[in-house]
Write a protein that binds this ligand. Structure first.
Ligand code: ZN
Length: 80
């Protein structure tokens, strides 16, 4: 039985982390938006896109693709 504790614990931790990341992404997706520096359009990302968007190292900055003009670069997260 002991042999199952290791993998089960790992799965459990991953599950908890997944839920936490999902909740964290939910907050950002629901309360923040991006503004494209190129075309000045505001847009939101889906939760999935948000989780996998690249971080720049600075808080509230992500490297994302503008759905309107196709510009890809650093954009600030702005509160709604
Ligand atoms: Zn744009």
């Amino acid at each position: 039985m002991e042999i199952f504790i290791g993998p089960l614990t790992t799965v459990f931790i991953l599950l908890i982390m997944g839920i936490l990341i999902s909740k964290y992404a939910d907050y950002y997706v629901n309360h923040m938006h991006f503004e494209c520096p190129c075309c000045r359009m505001c847009f939101k990302l889906s939760k999935f896109e948000f989780i996998f968007s690249l971080k720049t190292g600075k808080l509230n900055e992500r490297i994302v693709l503008c759905p309107y003009c196709g510009y890809r670069g650093v954009m600030l997260l702005i509160e709604d």
